[in-house]
Design a binder for this molecule. Structure first.
Ligand SMILES: [Zn+2]
Length: 470
């Protein structure tokens, strides 16, 4: 039985999809105004692992992630860089797809964009107005939070408590400082669309309500996002969606914990801000995924070089075994022994771990126990039949590769890719050494960085450079 901790009910519940075998899942995606940071990467990777586990269990999943492509941050950046907001959004949408691919994240079925859904958004705002939950002030439309009786049910916040801490914006006539914008009146130099309330653009929260409804229906199974989105974003999504349709919006709400860097909050001003791109220059995608998997998705995660270095170490064990598997499969041994090995036990341990609110740290522990027992089994037999390795590969392919994404057999195979590959790498090393001699460090660094991008890490020692393929 799969159980999930539901932020809405604040307890672990048995997971029951609306339609058997089918799951509809929505994850809040990026605002495409910059490269996404390592905290966002945690949400994207953990949602990917959850999705892949549900697929492993045989569910068919419709997985939707929105792209916020019109927003204050995009407009600010476009003013700074003196290019159209649309160009900013396009540039960082492209970067987003490059980065998720490098992180081994499976693409969503749909990536709806806010600017492609302006009509749906306007339609929902009209419904909210018709239902008496929204009001217009001088070309702006606001949600009237006091009119939605269940406001606060997700975050557990009380309106009156929020009220005392609310920041009162000057110049805007709202009924209540907590009321939020559904539609913002166009300002000079900003992108706008026509609406019944005049030219303007949608507020941020409404896009997720309108687009999830369009692509997944009025009520769907799972909605996930970072912990920081519980309030106000997800609270507002519930108010909008349930206010418009009168139906329950989402059955299970999942939230990913905060990510700190060396026990401090990540921030540009502290100089400890890292994009996923930065991290992938130093560490493999598998290491990042393992480091994340070894902490429960809902808990806080302290990101550090030690954490990543220890993940790389763990991966060595996994990769060494994967290499051995490939060699043994190539060798095709049939005249040895096929040891007794309880593959089913490991599979069921993996499943019980993940069934318990996606307990990936426990699932990782099962995989490392499995590696240890395989190694023990192999060393206690003189010659092991390939049949045994087929079983080992099958288990790792389904779990470590298929669900957690901490192993990539296609890379292991490439490793034996012959002399030509090795010669080419040696050639690059030679060109780089020559470049360094000529003090062309820009070229030398470029060679090192680009090799790293394709999984070849150069290691400089006193008088020579060696390489490692990950
Ligand atoms: Zn959202």
């Amino acid at each position: 039985m799969l159980s999930i901790y539901n932020t809405l009910t604040k307890q672990k519940e048995e997971f029951k999809p609306i339609t058997p075998h089918n799951i509809k899942m929505y994850v809040c995606g990026p605002t495409v105004y910059d490269y996404f940071h390592i905290g966002n990467a945690r949400s994207f990777i953990m949602s990917d692992i959850i999705r892949k586990y549900l697929e492993f269990k045989g569910f068919d999943i419709m997985y939707v992630m929105n792209l916020t492509d019109v927003d204050d941050k995009i407009i600010k950046k476009s003013n700074e860089e003196k290019v159209e907001p649309q160009n900013i959004a396009e540039k960082y949408t492209k970067a987003f797809f490059e980065d998720i691919e490098k992180l081994k994240i499976k693409k969503a079925d749909i990536y709806p964009k806010a600017t492609d859904h302006i009509d749906d958004i306007i339609g929902m705002i009209k419904e909210l107005k018709a239902n008496g939950l929204a009001y217009e002030v001088d070309g702006n439309v606001f949600y009237d939070v006091r009119k939605f009786k269940e406001y606060g049910k997700l975050s557990g916040k009380k309106l009156d408590e929020l009220e005392s801490g609310a920041r009162v914006e000057v110049n805007i006539e709202k009924n209540d400082p907590l009321d939020f914008a559904l539609w913002k009146k166009a300002k000079e130099g900003e992108p706008f669309w026509k609406s019944p309330w005049g030219a303007g653009r949608p507020g941020w929260h409404i896009e997720c309500s309108a687009m999830s409804c369009k692509h997944l229906g009025e009520t769907f199974d799972i909605h996930a996002g970072g912990h920081d989105l519980i309030f106000p974003h997800h609270e507002n999504e519930i108010a909008q969606s349930e206010g418009a349709t009168g139906k329950k919006f989402v059955n299970y709400w999942l939230h990913f914990g905060f990510l700190n860097i060396d026990n401090e909050k990540m921030s540009k001003s502290l100089g400890n801000f890292f994009t996923a791109r930065d991290i992938l220059k130093k560490y493999s995608a598998e290491a990042v995924r393992l480091a994340f998997s070894q902490t429960h998705y809902a808990g806080p995660l302290n990101f550090s070089d030690e954490l990543l270095a220890s993940a790389e170490k763990g991966l060595e064990k996994l990769n060494n075994l994967a290499e051995k598997i490939e060699e043994e499969i190539k060798a095709n041994v049939t005249n040895g022994v096929t040891p007794e090995f309880d593959f089913e036990k490991y599979k069921s341990d993996f499943v019980s771990a993940m069934d318990d609110d996606f307990n990936s740290p426990q699932a990782c522990a099962v995989i490392f126990d499995f590696i240890r027992e395989v190694n023990r089994t192999v060393s206690s037999n003189k010659k092991t039949n390939t049949e045994f390795y087929d079983g080992v590969k099958n288990f790792l392919k389904q779990t470590a590769e298929g669900v957690l994404g901490i192993l990539d057999f296609s890379k292991v195979l490439k490793k034996g890719g012959g002399e030509l590959q090795n010669e080419l790498i040696e050639l690059f090393i030679k060109i780089r050494t020559d470049a360094k001699k000529e003090k062309n460090f820009a070229l030398a660094d470029k060679i090192r960085d680009e090799l790293k991008e394709i999984g070849i890490t150069l290691q400089d020692s006193k008088d020579k450079t060696t390489y490692k393929i990950s």
